[in-house]
Design a protein around this ligand. Structure first.
Ligand code: FAD
Ligand code: 2HG
Ligand code: ZN
Length: 482
């Protein structure tokens, strides 16, 4: 196993040493790649977009990006790389937030950008089959014309790909309603990094099939370390005819939880989102992006509630009754119901721009963790006290309805003193309070030094055994989660 250079307390020093068992890419390899893919399938210059992540914090050192156009081409590349011990990083839209799609040393980047032709949809059963390189928003737009939508949504929808979404088991803003991707995945085509570049057709294209282990699900959250996903079969959901959004201002975190409980019981089957923003991220949105709150009063916490249903009168009635009850029970200080799609878009812009707003402070430490609700905001308070003036801001937003907080700690520039205060304290605190150190973004490079936290040794051993079965030469996305 690759060694971590030193027992790291400090985040960005967590670079695994190069595994000298891997070959370096030579001219003869480039010729072989061109032979499989044609000259336009091999990019050697101007690859900075593929070796740097969205936050700019992970800068890799690869020298070549490959663009296969089919499963067969992926198979040819993986067979060649496996036989020649060349390490490979699968890359989708490169929107991941843990450095999983970035080469650490000199791994070849295998971009899925050109595997995006095949699309079919059964509009009675709601079953989608498509190539893995389709961008999430494109799929959503195609499905909208057929009366359906993707069962999940996230701020990166304009760039992330369905293959990357499966590989990260992406969560997002509708999980409270439609469940995780585990509930929707039916089948996958996967290419293994073995010496044959084996192509596996896993699962099926029907809704119910209990004839074997649910093997496609092994690839959910596999972070490109078991195989390359080239096509996905999954369920989509009917596009709601009525969508209502409301922003609520709340005085205390305890009351936010009471509002959640009420939303679940009174909005029940139409509740589709329950998102959280604290006053510090609101202030950050204002000062860094000139985005202003939609509520007239400034409140310590804001909640964005959304309903999705099929009957506008019914849904409006439910939402109004819910807001009335929130007011009569003194749960909220202020509330605005979106009167138009433009109003709703303004509310969502606040929530979806939060990841961008924090980057404008200079440097941002992202913490995507799950916690029981009684400790959800306590973490923010603990970290505020701990980081003191070293942090420029300590802000929190997230998917409160799923117990998933996004605590972001910013600084003008990278600050090792701050890192010493944060790591490993923060992750140990999360585990000690019954949480998970990665709710939805994964482990990648960012959390590699802490990946043992919270998982028992049996589970880690089993994962390693599976990795050896799928990737006997260990060439696929090394120096990351497994
Ligand atoms: P990449 O970033 O390219 O890759 C991610 C991982 O998957 C890497 O390990 C890579 O090797 C692997 N991979 C990619 N494609 C394949 C493939 N075809 N086969 C095998 N492995 C593959 N995430 C959430 O869960 N919820 C959110 O709400 C959310 N919001 C975000 C908002 C913003 C503004 C940004 C920038 C990111 C957000 N993310 C969120 C993180 C990110 O968008 C998701 O992790 C997304 O699913 C990654 O998809 P991608 O195609 O960009 O994958
Ligand atoms: C979100 O929910 C994303 O907006 C990004 O998961 C979280 O910026 C973050 O920390
Ligand atoms: Zn999120």
């Amino acid at each position: 196993l690759p060694k971590i250079r030193r027992p790291v307390r400090c985040l960005s020093a967590a670079v695994a040493a190069r595994n000298e068992g891997f070959a370096k890419v030579m001219q003869s390899d480039l010729l072989a790649f061109e032979n499989f893919l044609g000259k336009d399938g091999v990019q050697k210059d101007d690859i900075s977009n593929h070796i740097t992540d969205w936050t700019g914090q992970f800068k890799g050192h690869g020298s070549v990006v490959l663009y296969p156009k089919s499963t067969e081409e992926v198979s040819a590349i993986l067979a060649y790389c496996s036989r020649n011990k060349i390490a490979v990083v699968p890359q989708g839209g490169n929107t991941g937030l843990v450095g999983g799609s970035i080469p650490v040393h000199d791994e070849v980047v295998l971009s899925m950008n050109k595997i995006n032709r095949q699309f079919s949809f059964d509009d009675t059963m709601g079953i989608l089959n498509c190539d893995a390189g389709f961008i999430l928003e494109e799929l959503d737009n195609k499905l909208a014309k057929l009366g359906y939508m993707m069962p999940f949504d996230l701020g990166a929808k304009g760039s992330c790909q369905i293959g990357g979404n499966v590989a990260t088991c992406a969560g997002g803003i509708r999980l409270i309603r439609y469940g995780s991707l585990h509930a929707h995945l039916l089948g996958l085509t996967v290419v293994l990094p073995d010496e044959q570049g084996s192509v596996l057709h896993l699962g099926s294209s029907i809704r119910k099939d209990n004839t074997s282990l649910h093997t496609p699900h092994l690839f959910l959250g596999s972070e490109g370390q078991l195989g390359v996903i080239t096509s996905v079969t999954m369920t989509a959901v009917p596009k709601p005819r009525s969508v209502q959004s409301a922003m609520l201002g709340v005085e205390s975190f305890k009351k936010c939880c009471e509002v959640l409980k009420l939303a679940k019981s009174s909005l029940s089957e139409v509740l589709s989102s329950f998102e959280f923003l604290d006053a510090d991220i609101m202030e950050c949105l204002k000062s860094n992006l000139d985005l202003h709150p939609v509520l007239s009063k400034s409140t310590p916490f804001s909640i964005l509630v959304e309903t999705s249903g099929s009957n506008e009168d019914h849904d409006m009635e439910k939402m109004s009754a819910f807001l009335d009850e929130c007011l009569s029970k003194n749960l909220i200080l202020d509330g605005v119901l979106a009167g138009s799609s433009a109003d709703a878009a303004n509310m969502w812009k606040l929530r979806e721009s939060a990841p961008l707003a924090v980057t404008r402070d200079g440097y941002v430490y992202k913490h995507d963790v799950s916690l029981p609700l009684e400790n959800y905001y306590e973490l923010t308070n603990v970290m505020k006290a701990r980081c003191g003036d070293l942090a420029k801001r300590v802000v929190t937003y997230g998917h409160l309805g799923d117990g998933n907080t996004h605590l972001n700690i910013t600084a003008g520039k990278r600050c090792e003193e701050l890192e010493e205060l944060m790591y490993p304290f923060l992750y140990e605190w999360v585990v000690a309070h019954g949480g998970s150190i990665s709710a939805e973004h994964g482990i990648g490079q960012l959390k590699l030094p802490y990946s043992n936290l919270g998982k028992g040794s049996e589970e880690r051993l089993l994962t390693k055994k599976l990795k050896n079965i799928f990737d006997p030469n260990g060439i696929l996305n090394p120096y990351k989660m497994i």
